[in-house]
Design a binder for this molecule. Structure first.
Ligand SMILES: [Cu+2]
Length: 144
């Protein structure tokens, strides 16, 4: 009876120890993801996709307003004219995770905002908060 109990508790300790060891290994393998609180960080591809932000006779708009990127690319929002920001609005991206936070306004021509593409493959919506009602909205398709 006593021998059985001892054996059982040794077994429990061994199990617990193994469990701890494996979760410690897991978190050590993904420090970046843990630090950002989001999904896995994509390996950088070195590719930069420029998206202009404009205010002119054609209105307020992103150019291009529909484009594709791959995981690990960088989207470089570049202010041409006007004052704009970038917001991957959670309400307009249902079920999506790891969305970048809404940016501050870009105000100086030539100013850039780099957003690394750490998003899962799929279609994402973003807008300029100041001009969304005027149609300053865009879609980006993320591919693996
Ligand atoms: Cu705008």
């Amino acid at each position: 009876m006593i021998v059985g109990l001892v054996a059982a508790s040794i077994f429990a300790i061994a199990c617990g120890g193994k469990e701890n060891a494996s979760s410690a290994t897991e978190s050590a393998e993904t420090p970046a993801a843990a630090a950002s609180g989001g999904g896995p960080t994509a390996t950088p591809t070195g590719k930069v996709v420029v998206v202009e932000m404009n205010t002119d006779a054609d209105g307020n708009y992103f150019k291009p307003a529909k484009f594709e990127v791959h995981r690990g690319d960088v989207i470089r929002f570049t202010l041409k004219t006007g004052v704009h920001n970038v917001n991957f609005l959670p309400d307009s991206n249902p079920g999506k995770v790891n969305l970048p936070p809404a940016s501050a306004l870009l105000q100086l021509p030539g100013q850039t905002l780099d957003i690394p593409v750490n998003l899962a493959p799929g279609k994402y919506f973003f807008q300029c908060d100041a001009h969304a009602a005027l149609g300053m909205m865009a879609h980006v398709e993320v591919e693996n």
